[in-house]
Design a protein around this ligand. Sequence first.
Ligand code: SF4
Ligand code: SF4
Length: 287
Amino acid sequence: MAHLSLNLLPAPPGAGASCVRRVVKKNACQACVEACPLQAIAVESGNVVIDERQCNQCGRCLFVCPTDALENIQPVTRHWIDDRLVAPLSLQPACVDELLLWHFEKGIRAIELDGEQEGWLRAVAELNGVLKQLNQPTWWLAPPSDGPVNNARRQWLHLRKESTSGAVAYGRRALRDNVTNCHRYRVVLTAEHCYLCGACARICPERAIRLHSDHFTLDNARCTGCGQCAVVCFPQAIRSEVQWNTDAPQRLPVLPSTCNCCGQAFTAWDAQQRTCPFCRQHRHGMR
Ligand code: SF4
Ligand code: SF4
C-alpha cells in the first residue's frame, strides 16, 4: 500500500532538457525566476530549481519560457462567455503574455471585473498598452453580470452554467505562433564583427538564423528571444532584442571561399575575405 501511494504522488515541477541553461551552461536566462511571484524558482549551480512547497501552480512561469522547458506545472483554468473572461478569476492576476494569448487564441475582448481587483485592473491596463502597439482592439471592462463577488469565496463559487472553461496554449513559442502580424523579438547582427562561423545558426532552437552557402537569413518571426545565439557568438556579433516589429526576414548574401591558411572551405561575406573563422580565432589565441 505504501508503495502504491508513493507512485501516486504528482511529479515535482522543474525545468526539463530544453531549458537553455541546460543546453548552454553560460546562458543566464532568468525569465522563469523573475516571473514567479512567490520566489519559488531559483538558480542553483547554474540549474533551475523549483521549490515544490512554495509553488502554488499559478503558471506564470510557463508563459515566459522561450523553450517550453517547465514541466509538471499547468496553466490556470479560466472561464469565458463569448468574448468575455468571467468570474471566478484567480486571486493572482494573469500576466500580460497570457492575456495576449487569450486575445489572439480565443478572441477575448473584455473582462468582467468588480472594481476591487486592482491587480487585474493593472494587468488589463498593461495588456491594452501592448495591444495599441500591435494595432489591435483593446479590452474593455465589464461589470460582473451577476453582481459583486465575495473575494474570499471567488475561487469556488459563481461558476456560471453558460460559461466555457479551459486554458490557452502557453510559452513564447505559442505567443509567436498566435501573433502573426507582428514579431516580438528582433535579431540584431553587427555584420562587421561576424566571422560567419555558423555557431548561432547551429544553436538556434527555432531556426530563426540559417546559414547557407550563398545567404545568411535572420528571421524575427521565428525568434523567441532565448539568447543562445548571443551566448555562443565569440565576437559578440549577434543578439536578440525585445522590440515589436513587422520586419521581413533579412537575407544577406554570402559566398563560398577557401582559406589561405588551412585550405578548408568556409563561408565569406565577400571575395576579399580569404581566412576562415577558425584560423582567425587562432590568430587571436582562441583556438
Ligand atoms: S525560463 Fe525556461 S529556459 Fe529560461 S531558465 Fe527558466 S526554464 Fe530555463
Ligand atoms: S535567434 Fe537567437 S535568441 Fe532568437 S531563438 Fe534563435 S538563438 Fe534564440
